[in-house]
Design a protein. Sequence first.
Length: 152
Amino acid sequence: MTYTTKELGPETWPDFERLFAPGTGWAFCACMFFQRGRHLRQAEFPGCEAMRVQNQAEKRALVDEGRAHGILVYDEGEPVGWCQYGPLEELPIPGGGRTSRRIPPVGANVRWRITCFVTHVRRRRRGVAGVALRAALAAIRAAAGSWRPIRR
C-alpha cells in the first residue's frame, strides 16, 4: 500500500475530525490527554459525547494557535492514521510530572515527545503507524528538534 501524510493544521482539521469521529473508539479523546496533562473530570463531562465536544474544541484552538502537532496518514485521500508529536512544553507529563512504566522520564537533551498513535481498525497491521512515525520524526528533524530513543 502507498500511504501519504500531511501535518495537522487548519487546512487538515476536517480530516482530523473525520478520523476522530463518533464510532471510531477514540472519538472522545482528540489526543488531548498529553496536551492538557490530565483527563477531563467525569463530574463535569459525564459522557463520551460531552468529552468529545470539549476535547475537539480545545484541540482546534491549539491547532489554530500553532500549538498542536501531528501527522495524519491517508490511504487514497481517506485519513486512516495519526501520530501526535510536539515539544515538551506542548505535551507535559500527565499527573504533574509523575512518571510510570508507560510514560518514561525524558532525558536532559530531549526536547520533543511522540505521545499517541491511532490507526483505523480496518488498516491495522498494514504499516500505518510506521509511516506516521517516520513522518513525525522527519517533521521533528525539520523543526531542528532533537530526538533520541528512550532505552528501558
